[in-house]
Design a protein around this ligand. Sequence first.
Ligand code: ADP
Length: 543
Amino acid sequence: MLEGLVMNDYPLTIQHILDRMRRQSGDAQVISLRPDGTKTRARYRDCAERIDRLCGGLAALGVKEGDRVGTFAWNSQEHLETYFAVPCMGAVLHTINLRLFPEQIAYIINHAADRVIFVDDSLVPALEAVVEDLTTVEHFVLIGDGSAGTLPNVVRYEDLLTGNEPFVYPAIDERQAAGLCYTSGTTGNPKGVLYSHRSNVLHSLAECLHDSLDIRAGDRVLPVVPMFHANAWGLPYACGLVGASLVMPGRFLQPEPIARLIEEERVTIAGAVPTIWMDLLAYADEHKPDFSSLRVVPCGGAAVPLTLMQGFEERHGVTMVQCWGMTEMSPLGSCAREPAGVVGPERWDYRATAGKLAPLVDARIIDDSGAELPWDGVSPGELQVRGPWVASRYYESPSEDHLDGSWLRTGDVAAITADGYVKITDRAKDVIKSGGEWISSVDLENEIMAHPDVLEAAVICMPDDRWTERPLACVVRRPGTNTTPADLREHLLPRVAKFWVPESFAFIDGVPKTSVGKFDKKALRARLDDGTLTVSVAGPATT
Ligand code: ADP
């Protein structure tokens, strides 16, 4: 009735973010740590002009609207430029996880039907290994001065930027596909998630909110999380939107270069999965780098141990904020900040959760019978979500197993408190049901890692004649310590329900990690099954 009289139907597109980088925050910078250890700096204004030329180069290669363009690259200025050029010219940016197995790399490139792939010169060998199996790629664009090896039809990145007609940006529908990212494939083949222009813009706005990542103009943001892992958590687009500078670490994801980048570039926000921060905390305890510039350290992708957050805050004055999300959610789902006015130790009750849902994201908890559970903080069930940056289906996949009507089934088991804090207890596939009762491997790991001699702990499920399933704690001890199963049980008894306390422990050298740096419980379960995990049993269950 009043339709024609409401606000502009203004399209939410990445072109708008690019325009802001050019005109509103031209002096913000992208700083890239290069393979030889030097750093380069470029202003957003100059990047925008290079992006215009890159669009022209892609058009000259024959890339058209809707075509998929892959990237096989570390975080860098060139990768950032590609992040903008591809969607702004109407094509779809496919960020390829370079740590996947060769068969999976070939699978996702063929499945996405990439026509062009941008590749860092240092990563050429990994593509050479699969090039024979690629069925759709017509051109490789080489980033860096190194060799393209035996890759065919190679254009150098800088050459692509020269000699083209000035590019005229097309009008873009905000619902058009902008990006494609495959989940890291912990079960079965990786599945593709298609982001739209609209989802990226709204997600960027949500990341900048004070109660989420709080990104502002003037921030200097270090995405340690790779640009092939859920779009580096959306940080490049969020920074572009508000005019925060980006500090790109390239392939240097180890504690020493990361600590140096933070110090030298006065980084204010840095994002990475917990395993990266665990290594950095151990490094920082020993070397005492200057972390005074850090304002917020968002951490997520896996449960964040409480001892990790407390270690950074108490010993280094760094505020770590736990976030929960998934590739299918662009990835931001929730962020854990304490409510206003909560101070002292009580704040950890909130900070240890996955936090409050981001605005525009809805959630519900569903039990085994399909009924919705109350938000009481103690009734766990399957966590389902919906919202403008939540995937509706997987790319070119007919299966609807991941959907419950319009809700996405996250595969996470969670409870939500009356005031909206999400508590993730497990991934559905990691759940331990002992004598009919659930044991949260996430909570148990947290408590084991609170032992001063424990570096890492991952709890997996073990078959048990009497209780059906029991937890097996796989523990990495600090060098020079010799904690026993009995010590760990004594440490756990006052902290968790008695029946949670494992009787079986396996002391290992390191928890295996997935391609995006998370604890790989599937690999641990395989070691348990094939008998290569040495299990020490402390005694019968006390239940
Ligand atoms: P993959 O499924 O391949 O590991 P994602 O990065 O999309 O790729 O992983 C999303 C999953 O990571 C979530 O479904 C959840 O199980 C886990 N996760 C992310 N953040 C947290 C968190 N803060 N606490 C517990 N689990 C988390």
